[in-house]
Design a protein around this ligand. Sequence first.
Ligand SMILES: NC(=O)C1=CN([C@@H]2O[C@H](COP(=O)(O)OP(=O)(O)OC[C@H]3O[C@@H](n4cnc5c(N)ncnc54)[C@H](OP(=O)(O)O)[C@@H]3O)[C@@H](O)[C@H]2O)C=CC1
Ligand SMILES: O=C(O)C1=N[C@H](C(=O)O)C[C@H](O)C1
Length: 259
Amino acid sequence: MTNPPPAAPALRLGLLGAGGRMGQAIQTAAADARITVAGGIGREGPVVGPHADVAALAAACDVLIDFSTPAALAANLAAATAAGTPIVIGTTGLDPAHHAAIDAAAHTIPVLQAANTALGVNVLAWLVEQAAARLGPDWDIEIVEMHHRHKRDAPSGTALLLGTAAATGRNENHADLARTDRAAQPPAVRETGTIGYASLRGGSVAGDHQVIFATEGERIELGHRAESRAIFARGAVRAAGWLVGRAPGRYAMSDLFAD
Ligand SMILES: NC(=O)C1=CN([C@@H]2O[C@H](COP(=O)(O)OP(=O)(O)OC[C@H]3O[C@@H](n4cnc5c(N)ncnc54)[C@H](OP(=O)(O)O)[C@@H]3O)[C@@H](O)[C@H]2O)C=CC1
Ligand SMILES: O=C(O)C1=N[C@H](C(=O)O)C[C@H](O)C1
């Protein structure tokens, strides 16, 4: 009789922003998936487990999941890099300097950055890219998002991800087309070929996104509604498991869903 193969070692997650809305949802998703949370850090220190700071937590887990704040990103990446620990970044409101820091860390460790970790949104991004590729610039693109009253960044990271997918479909740079604050522009009719954004905030909405393609006489609307944070949390936990053991580099949810 042969012995069964040894069980794979259990995954140990480290959570950054552990006490927040997403931090709590990820703890639930990890428990549902029977994955151990080695520890969790909040703004003022440990939320789960004994680790005093992100450096101690990074050294004690197999993978970090960061849903905290853009202001914490540099320190979180530095700790992950020093410990050689892969990191999933779900925090939004990132600027070009944050993205440059992610690119730099990805030379040393695997980093998966995703403005939205839900499967449905990532399929929506693919649909938007396909639609934009087939519709000419006389189809105006407007992106409308609604979130809960506590959200700090606007437009949402997902709205920008969807706009980037549309720009890619058109073989254009998103930065050239994006009009994130129409109210701040001088009064003028809509510029052909641009991508407009509108952000609504209120109540407890987990996350609604709609991409509207509008031309003379017809309109296409593609959208996604998150009914709870559980979809983001499940995706983040799945992404963390997928990231462990990968080569250093920058990854996206589309890499995971393509596997
Ligand atoms: N990628 C995705 O699928 C999703 C992304 N998000 C994004 O995730 C982020 C968090 O969202 P949400 O959970 O709703 O926000 P919350 O404000 O509820 O949670 C953020 C938490 O991070 C804590 N925090 C602040 N500074 C630090 C720090 N230096 N180190 C560790 N923790 C810190 C905050 O503490 P304190 O309150 O004391 O400041 C808070 O508990 C946002 O950027 C949001 O847009 C949200 C949902 C899905
Ligand atoms: O802050 C949130 O809640 C969410 N943020 C992400 C975003 O900015 O797109 C993802 C999701 O929509 C929920």
